[in-house]
Ligand binder design. Sequence first.
Ligand SMILES: [Zn+2]
Length: 376
Amino acid sequence: MFNLIAGDSNARRGEIATPHGVFQTPAFMPVGTSGAVKALTSQDLEECGAGIILGNTYHLYLRPGTEIVKNQGGLASFNGWNKPTLTDSGGFQVFSLKDISKINDDGVEFQSHYDGSRHLFTPEKVMEIEHDIGADIIMAFDQCVPYPADNKLAAEGVRRTYDWAKRCKEQHQRLLEWRTGDIKPSLFGIVQGSVYPDLRTQSAEQIVSLDFPGNAIGGLSVGETKGEMEEMLAHTIQYLPEEKPRYFMGVGYPEDLLMAVSYGVDMFDCVLPTRNARTGCVFTSDGPLVYRNASYADDSRPLDPNCDCKVCQRYSRSYLRHMYNQSEITGMVLATYHSTYFFQNLMRQIRSAIQESRFAAFRTDFLEKYNSGESI
Ligand SMILES: [Zn+2]
């Protein structure tokens, strides 16, 4: 499924074939929590250049329920995207409900944040749910420990993640055999280990031994420093096979994407561009712009003078700030569109730079301008 097209030092340019088509890597996946990337249509996402979007298993399982998504032809058909999708395992959400979740070796019992109803996620159950949702790439059910986690808790997370990955793989294979008419998703494994190099090594070796078609690095971008994040990424990625896609979960800021690509990461997801856009901050080529600030009340410049997205061609900071203050839906739509376009455009530029063997120079130039704050 993974075709490596070009390499530039450790950075890689490739493409991944799925039942819903091919997407280009390195890829940034906008997060469509309940089946929608908040404030955007599937057409907007296409215009912005997204190749794959992520759906959250926990949210889709609770509402509208996997039966409906399945009956509607799976996630990509349900939301009119009709292109590649990926679902997380729901683990990150149920573990973050720590006051109302009970964890043991079998799985996690948790209460719905909607109505308090009780549910049990086991590796087998999560595989059934993800097969029902029908994404092209599905993630194994893992235990993501919070940060900071002591060595004992982190080691327990690694042990359970391996045990559950084996159970996920077995159930996934059973489902592939039983459900012959369905879309055949690819199951990716997830490496845990918090910020402990020995645990990361152990987890990576265990997960890689299960021979998944892709491997993810989880449990980072959860509160550790940027230095710790880079150190753990650099340490872990050396154990992940080169011929398979590598997915760095929950990352990140533009500087993090560039850093991780330099180590050979192929896939990313993060709510950052869309969530921040809705709360008054967009990303620009001159750095983050808090467009809700009073200093932009009468500023006729676009959000990003260097951006060729349709929002920057037409609307001013002054207007965006006014929309924000009035809580107008239109403001959220416009700001989210720009930031999504900005991230997809960054990935396009990264892919071209790798292909043309000038990634390191691109990274330096981009960050120099990004950190200059010139038009901010
Ligand atoms: Zn723009």
